[in-house]
Design a protein around this ligand. Structure first.
Ligand SMILES: C[C@H](O)[C@H](O)[C@@H](O)C(=O)CO
Length: 493
């Protein structure tokens, strides 16, 4: 097969870093090359935690320049974490930097919102899990605390849509990203007037929703001139990073389980229609939109944020550990000594996570993890067991059993976590690809350019393109005992 020249450029923004990756199709494989990597650091001003929005846009321009040096690109696509947004005034000017989803402004907002519209009604309309950081509660915090900002706002654009606007001048809301807001009617696939009016959130600021894979426009003449670029398309990929990763699950099966493993762990399955019922509400399971208007039934689990933030704490204390080093130290200690609920509220915000883990263990009458290895082992085994806990909830909602788990994303570089996940869930784990999100971003662009027919074909090509590693369950009897202890802690915490 002739070498195609349809090179595309993917920007994948994670909560702690971002990458620019060029990709193209060759001999039935997607070939990728990372051309630029940059950190993505929140900035605290006063009591507010902001994203450095203009810096993030600067990094996009740097990435485009790097890609130009590598032969240029026919189109680009941007994916980011969910829920966060920028507000534009009537002149299309950004009113302020986007606020970070870990900012405290949403604390207590759920309870206040439920006085205006019942929790059950919000869930039955959106099918989204309840999390403080959901866009609906960020906006309700503005309604309550900074109404003047909303009055000045003409348009709200979620993070990838904001950058697409900066590049093309077009204001659109990509479907998968819109479904992270808890403002969208999951069945009608439109903004929910019921929720918006109940919470006095102005509907006019929300942009029109477009399907993933939509060509938003072309990079503006000004930017092409500024950077010396050829014209290129801007494609609204499955711009919620989790959904780009799900595109890249290397399976041909209809029913499959995945864990997208990074700062967050997103554990779920792909469906044709949302599951919104008493069970899914009870378990606070989320229905998020996927590529091709599929539904991804998933739960957020605080993932390797616990290791990332602990590592930052140890750096503040003067010792910089590599992730590989932390893994080795954790693998050397005696397992099953202590467990945490990774999603306990005290682990959500930045700060001294190792100390909070020790306090959690003390409070629950467990052995206190003393060493760095103890802490990282406690985190990994607790994550693996929280995956098990979540698996049972997903299976209860779908009424299906799954023989294996696909683990994808940067977090699978932790062989310890992958092995513990296989053993704790007593299921085979198929780990890979690592760069699932970027691969999914590139695959959607190649589908938009007509290079790949559909999602099924994209997954087949991705399976040909990337190696996976399998982990089989070990010591399952010990893990069963550990799971009983873990459930006790969760239930009584
Ligand atoms: C807030 C999280 O970013 C979001 O829920 C999650 O889905 C995500 O986007 C992880 O990157």
């Amino acid at each position: 097969m002739a070498k195609t020249k349809n090179q595309v450029l993917a920007f994948d923004f994670g909560a702690s870093s971002g990458r620019a990756i060029i990709g193209y199709l060759e001999d039935d494989k997607i070939k990728m090359e990372e051309v630029y990597r940059f950190s993505n650091d929140p900035v605290i001003v006063g009591k507010t935690m902001y994203w450095d929005t203009l810096r993030q846009y600067y990094e996009i321009k740097q990435g485009m320049l790097k890609a130009k040096q590598k032969g240029g690109f026919k189109s680009l696509g941007i994916d980011t974490w969910g829920v966060d947004f920028g507000l534009l005034d009537e002149h299309g000017v950004l009113l302020e930097n986007a606020v970070h989803y870990r900012d405290d402004r949403t604390i207590g907002m759920q309870e206040e919102a439920f006085e205006k519209i019942p929790k059950e009604e919000i869930y039955h309309l959106t099918g989204n899990q309840f999390e403080n950081f959901n866009t609906v509660f960020q906006l309700y915090a503005l309604v309550k605390k900074r109404p003047w900002l909303l009055e000045r706002a003409e348009t709200l654009l979620l993070t990838p849509d904001l950058f697409n606007y900066f590049l093309t001048g077009k204001k659109k809301a990509e479907y998968t990203m819109a479904t992270t807001t808890q403002l969208m009617d999951a069945k009608k696939k439109v903004w929910s007037e019921e929720i918006l009016s109940a919470l006095q959130i102005p509907q006019h600021i929300l942009a029109d929703i477009v399907p993933s894979g939509t060509e938003i426009g072309e990079i503006s003449d000004d930017i092409c001139e500024e950077l010396g670029l050829e014209k290129a398309k801007v494609v609204s990929v499955a711009s919620h990073d989790t959904q780009s990763a799900v595109v890249a699950v290397p399976t041909q099966k209809e029913d499959f389980l995945f864990i997208s493993c990074g700062t967050w762990s997103l554990f779920g399955t792909e469906l044709e229609e949302p599951i919104i019922n008493e069970d899914s509400l009870k378990y606070n399971v989320s229905n998020e939109g996927g590529y091709g208007e599929t539904t991804t039934l998933l739960k957020n689990i605080i993932g390797l944020w616990l290791v990332q933030e602990s590592r930052r704490q140890w750096m503040r204390e003067g010792v910089e550990y590599g992730f590989g080093e932390l893994e080795e130290m954790a693998a050397k200690v005696k397992p099953f000594e202590s467990f945490i609920d990774p999603d306990a509220p005290e682990f959500n915000s930045t700060g001294n996570i190792p100390k909070r883990i020790q306090q959690f263990c003390a409070r629950t009458g467990q052995k206190i993890p003393e060493t760095v290895g103890d802490v990282v082992c406690c985190i990994n085994q607790s994550l693996a067991l929280k995956y098990r806990y979540t698996l049972e909830q997903i299976e209860a909602c779908t009424k299906k059993k799954y023989p294996e788990i696909h683990m994808i994303g940067g977090g699978i570089q932790s062989a310890l976590l992958c092995q513990m996940t296989a053993s704790a869930n007593n299921k085979k784990v198929i780990a890979g690809p690592i760069e699932a999100t970027a691969l999914g971003n590139i695959a959607v662009q190649l589908m938009a350019l007509g290079e790949i027919e559909n999602l099924k074909r994209a997954r087949e090509i991705i399976r040909n393109s990337e190696n996976t590693k399998e982990y089989t369950p070990q010591n399952t009897k010990q893990w069963e005992e550990a799971y009983c202890k873990f459930k006790e802690i969760i239930i009584h915490n």
